[in-house]
Design a protein around this ligand. Structure first.
Ligand code: ISE
Length: 294
């Protein structure tokens, strides 16, 4: 911890997060620790009256998400902004605008793939591709289409090696759209996330940003990012600036993700893990949206 703190010029290090959260000189908190700590540490922030930017997912358990929502509803205010930073990426902002301004016509489908060079953690499984990686797609697709998912199916192809195989999901929405998502955490060639929204009048696709093309030796090439930190650097900065405005003003960011969004992603992820395990389509059922999140 001291070595990391020195690398990033952090003032202090500590071993007990709840003591840090309670410090009088701590105004706000970023939770970027392992997934299972997100919900309890967010609740500790709410109890301390401090706004928190919590990395996704809020929890892999819908029940844990509901307990954080209950803590916010008891206080009558939102405290938690979730780190679904894709909403702040220019490609998804332009995609959402093309749908909302009517140029694409009504949305019919979305095709998505999300490829990591290699699994982000040694304990990564096919189910974690759904519960840890795919929540980005679950959230940003809900945000772009302004709809909810109603059912999910999931499959995996067979790899010849011991690496975690990709997961392919097909989802249905309450507005009659069909969405497919591939998550491949062992794509090897690069960090590659793309989406295409197909409307009744046209289609819009995201592009990976390449600032240069190398022309050399009768070939031309562009580079992939190695992981999400460089690919979404601008989105993270915009998300984090919105969080600081939230801390200062108390006004929740217009495009930020809240605990309801975290709960929805967890419900879809849990259904997706069940669909993969049971090899069948699973219905997605959620509670009614509480007033605080309307
Ligand atoms: C990781 O936790 C992230 O949030 C990245 O954005 C995502 O691409 C990766 O698959 C996750 O494991």
């Amino acid at each position: 911890a001291r070595g990391i703190a020195d690398t990033y010029s952090a003032i202090d290090v500590a071993t007990d997060p709840e003591t840090v959260i309670a410090r009088s000189d701590v105004d706000a908190v970023v939770v970027a620790s392992p997934d299972f700590t997100h919900a309890p540490l967010s609740k500790a922030c709410i109890a301390a009256g401090k706004k928190v930017l919590c990395e996704k997912p809020l929890s892999q358990s819908p029940q844990d998400c509901l307990s954080v929502m209950e803590a916010e509803q008891s206080e009558g205010a939102k405290f938690v902004q979730l780190g679904f930073m894709r909403r702040y990426d220019t490609s998804y902002i332009e995609m959402k605008e093309a749908l909302s301004n009517g140029s694409l016509g009504r949305a019919l489908m979305m095709h998505n793939f999300h490829r990591n060079v290699e699994t982000p953690a040694s304990d990564f499984s096919g189910a974690m591709a759904i519960t840890n990686s795919a929540p980005h797609e679950f959230d940003v697709i809900r945000h772009v289409l302004e709809t909810e998912f109603t059912a999910i199916s999931a499959w995996q192809p067979r790899r010849t090696d011991a690496l975690v195989a990709p997961v392919v999901m097909v989802l249905e929405t309450s507005d009659g759209q069909i969405v497919n998502i591939e998550v491949n955490n062992n794509a090897a060639y690069g960090y590659d996330v793309r989406a295409e929204l197909v409307g009744e009048n046209g289609s819009i696709s995201t592009n990976n940003v390449a600032y240069t093309r190398l022309d050399l030796g009768l070939q031309n090439s562009t580079r992939y990012d190695a992981d999400w930190r460089s690919r979404y650097e601008g989105a993270y900065c915009r998300q984090n600036r919105d969080f600081l405005k939230f801390v200062e003003s108390g006004q929740f960011p217009e495009i930020g993700s809240d605990c309801w969004d975290g709960y929805c992603a967890a419900v879809v992820a849990k259904a997706g893990a069940k669909a993969l395990n049971d090899s069948c389509k699973v219905a997605i059922k959620m509670i009614a949206k509480p007033e605080l999140y309307l």
